[in-house]
Structure formats: C-alpha cells, structure tokens
Design a protein around this ligand. Structure first.
Ligand SMILES: [Mg+2]
Length: 315
C-alpha cells in the first residue's frame, strides 16, 4: 500500500465526515420546508447560515467514536455513545428518542428498537443519515459493510426498509471512496435485496438519463423522512452533479428533509471528491466547539488510521 493511496484515502475519510456535517448544517435552517421556501431563504446564494449541525451529525460522530475505540463494531458500546452524545436540541426524531430512553433504562440495545411502531420497527432515515463511518471503515468489503450497516441501524431502526436504506447509503459512500461513480448504480442494484430499493435505483437511472426536473425527482424519489424517500434522492443528487457544491446545494434545494438529504449527499460526495472539494467558507462556518469541525476531522483521521493499520495487519 503506497503513501499516495494513504493520503488519498485520508482525504476521502475527511471529505465524507466533514461533507456530511456541512450538508447537515446547510439543510438545517430549512428542514421541513418546501422547495420554494428553501429558494427564498437561500436567494442570495448558498452561504452557511448558522453552521450548527443536527442529530444526523451527532449520531455519525457516535458511530465513528465507537468504530475507532473498538476497531470495529460493538453494538453495546455504540448504543452507549449515542446516549452519551445525545443533545435534545439537535432535533432527534421521536422513534430514536424513545429507543435511546429504553436502552438508558436498561433494555437490551439489540432489541429495544424492535418494539417501536407496534413491533414493526422504524423505516425512517435515522439509520441512513449517520451511517457514513460504516461506509468508510468497510469500504473495501461489501459483505462486511452490509452486515455491519444492518447491525448499526438495528440499534434504533429495525424495519427492513430502514436498514436496507442505511446499507445502500453506506455502500454508496464506500463506492465513492473507491472512486466508482460510473458503475455506482450497477453495484447498488446488485446488492439491493428489496423490490423497493431495486425499483428506486432503476428510477435514479431513468431520471439521470432524461435530465429530470426537481418536481419529477421529488415525486419519483421523494424528499421525506422515510429511508426509501431520501436515500435514493441523496444518491441521485451525487450522481447528477460534477462537484461537491452542486450536489449538496441541489439536495437541499429540493426541500423536505433537507438536513438529512444534505448530510447523506455530502457524505457520498465528500468521500468521492475528498476534503479539498468542500467549499472553504462552509467548513469555516461549521461549528467548532467540543465536538465541532476540528473534532470531526480528528475522528476521520483516527478512523482512517485504524482502518489502514487493520489492512496492514498491525492489530
Ligand atoms: Mg437532523
């Protein structure tokens, strides 16, 4: 493994983690608003408004912390990291709030999420929005990536469509690290096990081929809080654009669950283009407190370091 490869991979890890946080913070001020309202808020250009990230990034941080500390997946520890980092002001969804409360009160991390929604579990995008570190850490092994993405997701989201969406998002990040943009859809379709996601991958391809309008994208792929209404939209936003900024501003401009679709698009794009492709003004405006941008960069570096050492057989 050459030094160039290591430097390149490190820049991609930073790109994915910072890119996710930046996309989250850019979408946060317009979360839940329709496309027209987003346009008016950002009518003077795409400037970062307050630079504060939301639950998406806070949970992404927890996943990275846990993968680093355990040199891989440890569910009990990951659940604990989610609970320790939990800040109600970050805008957590009701399902995740409930699961974390149950685990804090002693329920098993492996089962608490399965009791939600009458025993069906959640198919919200809360597992996909935070999954980037899994895509990074298992970028070279699709089988492991898939398995760990499911396990990570199941802590809070046990519905098949919630987990499958998160696994697809993780694989998109991994393919981006590998530089596979051209054949991304082919690879995603190969592993998509549910009809829902197979269908969505087909729709992404069709929309790319016909240079679709925003309205078509919203109606075919969605911009909502369900994993299947937002993960495909993020993948599409990455694929249609030629650079980081265009992909993320497009994702946020669609309205709806803008922080999450922004975060997921930013993670894929950042993993593909690397840290240097993220607009500097956005990074500089990103919050930099205890677990702000400096900490996120350090996590990306540590995650990369652990991964490279595992690849070299040092552990
Ligand atoms: Mg959020």
């Amino acid at each position: 493994m050459g030094l160039d490869f290591q430097i390149d991979v490190n820049a991609k890890f930073r790109g994915a983690m910072l890119g996710g946080a930046v996309g989250d913070a850019l979408g946060a001020p317009v979360e839940g608003h329709p496309m027209e309202k987003v346009r008016s808020v950002y009518s003077r250009g795409w400037e970062m408004i307050h630079g504060r990230y939301t639950d998406d990034t806070e949970m992404m941080i927890g996943i990275a912390e846990s993968l680093i500390a355990n040199k891989g997946f440890n569910g009990a520890d990951m659940a604990l990291k989610f609970i320790r980092n939990y800040n109600v002001k970050r805008g957590y969804g009701p399902g995740t709030k409930e699961v974390l409360r149950r685990i804090r009160e002693g329920e098993s991390w492996a089962e608490a999420s399965e009791k939600l929604f009458g025993g069906k579990g959640s198919y919200g995008n809360g597992a996909a929005m935070r999954i980037a570190p899994v895509g990074l850490f298992y970028f070279d092994t699709t089988d492991m990536l898939w398995e760990i993405a499911y396990k990570t997701s199941n802590i809070t989201h046990s519905h098949e469509l919630g987990k499958a969406g998160a696994a697809l998002q993780a694989l998109a990040v991994a393919l981006a690290v590998r530089g596979q943009k051209e054949d991304m859809l082919l690879k995603l379709k190969e592993v998509a096990k549910t009809d829902m996601y197979k269908g969505k991958v087909g729709k992404i391809k069709a929309l790319l081929d016909e240079s679709a309008t925003e309205k078509m994208v919203i109606s075919e792929l969605g911009n909502g809080v369900a994993a299947f209404e937002s993960v495909p939209t993020a993948i599409y936003s990455f694929l249609r654009a030629g650079n980081f900024k265009d992909s993320v501003t497009y994702a946020v401009s669609l309205g709806g669950d803008t922080d999450t679709i922004g975060a997921m698009t930013g993670a894929i794009s950042g993993a593909y283009y690397g840290e240097a492709a993220i607009p500097k003004a956005w990074v500089e405006r990103l919050e930099d407190g205890e677990k702000g941008r400096g900490y996120i960069v350090k996590l990306a570096d540590d995650l990369c370091q652990v991964k490279l050492q595992l690849l070299q057989g040092r552990y």
